[in-house]
Design a protein around this ligand. Sequence first.
Ligand code: SF4
Ligand code: SF4
Length: 427
Amino acid sequence: MDAGLDKVDAIWEKETAIIDGIDISGPWNRMFEQRVIWEYTPELIDKVADLPGAESFSWCYQCAACVPVCPVDMVGDYGPRKLYRKAQTGTDLQSADDLWLCTTCMNCVRVCKKVVDMVQIMPAVREQAVLDGFVPEELQKAFEDTAKYGNPLGQSQRKRAAWTKKSDAPVPIIKDVKRPVDVLWYVGSYPSYHPRGIDAALAAARIFHALDIDYAILGREEKDDGDSQRLAGENGLFEMLAEHNISVFEKYEWEQMVVTGPHEYNAFKKEYAKLGFERPIQHYTQFLSDHLDRLSPLLTHEVQAKVTFHDPCYLGRHHGEYDAPRALLNAIPGLELVEMGRCRENGYCCGGGGGGMWLDSFTQNHTTMRLSERRVLEAAAYGADILAVCCPFEVSRFEDAAKSTGNDQLRVLDILELLDMSMRGEI
Ligand code: SF4
Ligand code: SF4
């Protein structure tokens, strides 16, 4: 029964009513006197909606379309409708653990008729929480490492290009090239430092070299894009990183930028653009699929495997790119691509977005399993040998999840690694 129904004093109901031949007798025409719902506190909804960017929180009309598509709800109890209802009944989102569970995956926004926009709401509320010092410890560490070292892994800025020493293909650093280049490759933090990210970076370098792309990287001048920190509430840190990166981007002459990660793609295309940086940018899958006529003949070795692909939220839903990664996978001889049920527009989330990358322990206390584990179980259920990804956050997340769920047979590979395997025959 609705909250407050016992407060209704009068009910009107015509025993017989037929209008335009339609029988709406009895309860079908029931009217209540104006109801007052006592058991909710609009103040806590207003507290959220009054924050710049979070206005749409108050537009929710509780239809619940968002709940079944929310990846967090599939392993817990979540979704915008539930957050709104909790705020109505006394939960202050700003100091609730719920605040940190949303990955800003955007699946709820996709289905919400009222465009209640969690991708705007969450960073706005989190920013206030950060200012008030209410931040989960592990996230705070990622913020501090980013501020101190320029990357959330806490690695030395001077070693940002150290991975290039392992490369058998040349990786030019733009300040040493001393001439304009066609492509500025923004490598990103995880491909620069994380061992599995470096594997993808080395594969990219080999592919670019084989395609004879005139490219260079920024080396130690490159810093983290900062977008995930912004989404997790650290807007000041984001602005500092954006200012640094934009000044470095503009120091050199180049025609277009290629980025390894969807989060960097989102950062530069949407957020840095708001700060005046508007240049041609492609995610590597888009760039390489534009070069498929030259890339395909290089893919000479078969990759005999059943492969499924995980759409990254920030390439798919956030930017509408679903075809480029699939075009690359389909170009690999021998590879059989199988789609999971939750793919493309309704793709599941790995749990790494919106700061989730640095909140795994915190999230674990609020969900039955990690989102990455849920996804790996789905990939295994489809009989995949390989789970292909194209976001540097995902390789390590899914590899851990494959182990923790007992699916060690499932290999997790970046599309760059698969292309490189087909090029070189080392499978
Ligand atoms: S889909 Fe939108 S309006 Fe409906 S319950 Fe969810 S947030 Fe509210
Ligand atoms: S953005 Fe994604 S994780 Fe956040 S509430 Fe919406 S569906 Fe759930």
